[in-house]
Design a protein around this ligand. Structure first.
Ligand code: PHB
Length: 375
């Protein structure tokens, strides 16, 4: 996305990835886009299929031990969200970048970053048996939580903040219509469940699982039994079970690294921060980062203005922390925590009851869900 946005401003990039295109296009990720993300994809010229195939949603539902609350996003904020898989966005971006003649290196190994405190930083890597060096003006570390970029910042400069949650999400894809037209996030004594979708005929469903669980612990029948129970009989009466064709377990983590710029290196997306998937902010947050980074670099190249480069880390982190807060809060509201005391369980229920009775609380939830302003 950064490469696409920079190309729109006439700035050349070289994209380097440790994985290959087929692997990247095969990974299933979350699927809810904020309006701001949709706007950015439009501005970048990659929203045609999104508008044809994406599903605009005016609201979503919360279910708590069978009690239900619809959050009317459109009425509360004037904005919808768009349901469209992150993997589909990646495909659309690849197609556009390839058509443009973008330079890519896939399947690279042993990536090292050096001279990051100069204005001629180097990225070196192994590619098809050769050692390649790219001399750059800037390096954008968009290489995820396990990438090398964040590690290139000296430990006496880098500060990290982390929370690991005592559960994971088990997700499946199934070719059955979604149980409801809108997403349903459920908290139940047995744990969290989420009924999501990829299309009118393809469902994406999740249940909270133990962090150490393996895929084999969760045959489809166990998954559906738990999913039904957690959604409650009302909702589950409309459920159609089917054979899953994708099943994966994701850990839940909140993580932030500061600063997000060091010399000629910028961090963006998961390289600098992780949110738990509750609320589907991961991709949206990464897109917000690269929108601000693209603006900073475009200003530098078009008129030598480095103000946005110098304030990138501070500006982005202010938004990052707010989105971290929201994802943490949604996760706290909707999961069963093994260590929760009876008091904490009551507090969680009171949070839900407060939401049910307060338009102000619903509005606060809704404005975060549809996406906070870029700055
Ligand atoms: C998804 O469809 O994968 C999804 C939707 C909403 C979330 C997380 C994941 O909060």
């Amino acid at each position: 996305m950064l490469s696409q946005l920079l190309a729109c401003s006439g700035v050349d990039t070289v994209v380097i990835d440790r994985k290959d295109r087929a692997y990247i296009e095969g990974r299933v990720r979350a699927g809810v886009l904020e309006q701001g993300t949709v706007d950015a994809l439009e501005a970048a010229g990659v929203a045609d299929r999104l508008h044809r195939e994406g599903l605009p949603h005016d609201g979503f539902e919360l279910a708590f031990d069978g009690d239900r609350l619809r959050i009317d996003l459109r009425a509360l904020t004037g904005k919808p969200v768009m349901v469209y898989g992150q993997t589909e966005i990646t495909r659309d971006l690849f197609e556009s970048r390839f058509a443009d003649g973008q330079q890519f290196f896939f399947d690279v190994e042993d990536v090292t970053l050096s001279d990051l405190r100069t204005d001629r930083p180097l990225v070196c890597f192994g590619h098809r048996g050769d050692r390649v060096t790219v001399e750059c003006d800037y390096v954008a570390g968009c290489d995820g939580f396990h990438g090398v970029s964040r590690q290139a910042i000296p430990t006496d400069v880098l500060r990290t903040y982390e929370r690991v949650y005592p559960f994971g999400w088990l997700g499946i894809l199934v070719d059955q219509p979604p149980v409801s037209h809108e997403l349903i996030y459920a908290n139940h004594a047995s744990g969290f469940a989420l009924a999501s979708m990829r299309s009118e005929t393809r469902s994406r469903c999740y249940v909270q699982c133990d962090p150490g669980d393996q895929i084999d612990d969760w045959p489809d029948t166990r998954f559906w039994d738990e999913f039904e129970k957690r959604l409650g009989p009302d909702i589950a009466s409309g459920l159609r079970r089917g054979a899953s064709f994708e099943k994966s377990i994701a850990p839940l983590r909140s993580f932030v690294a500061e600063p997000m710029r060091w010399g000629s290196l910028f961090l963006a997306g998961d390289a600098a921060h992780i949110v738990p998937p509750t609320g589907a902010k991961g991709l949206n947050l990464a897109v917000a980062d690269v929108r601000l980074l693209a603006r900073a670099l475009a200003e530098h190249y078009s008129n030598g203005n480095d103000h946005y480069i110098d304030t990138y880390s501070e500006t982005v982190l202010r938004r990052v922390w707010k989105v971290e807060r929201f994802s943490w809060q949604m996760s706290n509201l909707l999961h069963q925590f093994p260590a929760h005391s009876p008091f904490e369980k009551r507090m969680q229920r009171a949070d839900f009851d407060y939401l049910c009775g307060s338009e102000a609380a619903q509005q606060s939830l809704a404005e975060n869900y549809v996406g906070l302003p870029l700055e």
